[in-house]
Design a protein. Sequence first.
Length: 386
Amino acid sequence: MNKLYVDSFVEKKIKRGVQLLDERDFGQIKLNNQLVALHNQSGRFIGTAYLSKQNKGIGWFLTKEKQELSQAYFEDLFRQARLKRAHFEQSELTTAYRLFNQEGDDFGGLTVDRYNDVVLFSWYNSFVYEHRQIILQAFKAIYPDIRSAYEKIRFKGLDYESAFLYGEEVPEVFTILENGIKYQVFMNDGLMTGIFLDQHEVRNNLVNGLSAGKTLLNMFSYTAAFSVAAAMGGAIETTSVDLAKRSRVLSQAHFVANGLDLTSHHFVVMDVFEYFKYAKRKKLKFDVIVIDPPSFARNKKQTFSVSKDYYKLISQALDILEDDGRIIASTNASNLSLAQFKKQIERGFGDRKHSYESLQRLPSDFTVNKSDESSNYLKVFTIKVK
């Protein structure tokens, strides 16, 4: 195992509990895709990490001990992760949730999601991908009851994004439960699955009263999971807006799975900013508006960044919000702190009176590293507008 010497700044971050190795904290590093023994400037051993470039960071700190990546090591990680989520296994209302969440379960670069008796491994860098066979063997030892497994490749360099791994291949589309609601998901079609599991508590609020008797507008709706939850929670009408043409078919499938009449539920394939203009022209108004954009998006006319442009969504939503209406403002941008996100929201409201009713972060199955705010990336405010 090669040695890597770090300065006092990096040493303090690691002692504080930060696991992600930030490229800005290191000079030119020739090492890549390998375990390293970290040492401070005095030569004292700090712990074991691995180096592998990914979308964020150049690697992950693993443990203060000297550690080889054996099957027993991964079995212990999966065993501890399973214990944390024991109550989800007992649930008859929710059959889809996260089993393993990167640094929240002490190994960055890997997530595992469960959809009924099917699991989905996501590899975030080539180092973890190269160790996938030993990881899979360890997982099978702790989860012998899992029927089948698939994978997603979330780093650049391979010629595929998704594949079947082991067990019994499942139908192209199948149904899972979340808070008693049915959703249609797919395992082997690009990087998406039909639902973002980290939002299940936000959807639960819509099921349990927040949307009852209300009209709801769902912006950047993807497969309209928020809209389905609202409809099942008593919303009298929903409108789901997304630029992707495929979103309409995928969204309707969720509604059909729950036996919902589509008459009062509308699916619009349109740019969100264009829809705001359209709704204003048509004098449309909504009681609840959900705004959950991707961190970054580009179309033919413009680019959108949550860190720079989220306030525009708030200000335009106010034009079509009913009196005493609510905005559910959400982002999963890990590079945007809670304070920065709230600043964007406040800029959008301007002088308009409003009050924050709740803040939701990642649910308990999405375990986080409490020493690193970026680990708890989800930020969802429910805001009442006077």
